[in-house]
Design a protein around this ligand. Structure first.
Ligand SMILES: [Fe+2]
Ligand SMILES: [Fe+2]
Length: 164
């Protein structure tokens, strides 16, 4: 496997591992405040990763014969997972269905990761040349870190708004 392919696959796999372990912690967590914090942490990790894939990897695969279908399917899975994640972020950690929703999200994400690590990576290695793989790697990193940065911007506190 060419070096750039390997580099991107390593980064993605590492991110996946991190997210999987966060979900394991979330589903074991009993304290409502900690549950809410864990969901926020998952959000901070998962959104930049997904944004990077959507900006760099999926568009490149969509342009290939064998990668098109799996890229479209992966994108749909991102959207469904993000919808459930948004619902979970608004929920108090002591609600009865909090962990049920968390479990559903974990299942969606695990399934997505499995497909990504098999079919998406396979198409990436087969269909994408090494110079394009380098561009995809750079774009992924750039989009991921820009998204991370923009998520760090603190929201304007409500008191500041109502003080006017
Ligand atoms: Fe991924
Ligand atoms: Fe993904």
């Amino acid at each position: 496997m060419a070096k750039k392919h390997e580099e991107l696959i390593d980064i993605l796999t590492k991110d996946h591992k991190e997210v999987k372990s966060l979900f394991e912690k979330l589903l074991k967590e009993e304290d409502p405040d900690n549950r809410e914090k864990m969901v926020k942490k998952i959000h901070q990790e998962i959104i930049p990763h997904m944004a990077g894939e959507e900006a760099a990897l999926y568009p490149a695969l969509k342009n290939t014969d064998k990668g098109r279908e799996i890229a479209l399917e992966s994108l749909e899975e991102h959207q469904v997972a993000q919808k459930v994640l948004r619902e979970l972020i608004g929920l108090p950690g002591n609600l009865e269905n909090f962990q049920a929703k968390g479990t559903v999200l974990q299942e969606l994400v695990s399934h997505h990761i499995e497909e990504e690590e098999s079919e998406v990576f396979k198409a990436f290695k087969k269909e994408i040349g090494s110079s394009e793989a380098g561009d995809i790697l750079d774009k992924f990193q750039e989009e991921k870190s820009n998204t991370k940065e923009s998520m760090k911007q603190p929201a304007i506190p409500e008191e500041t708004l109502t003080a006017w």
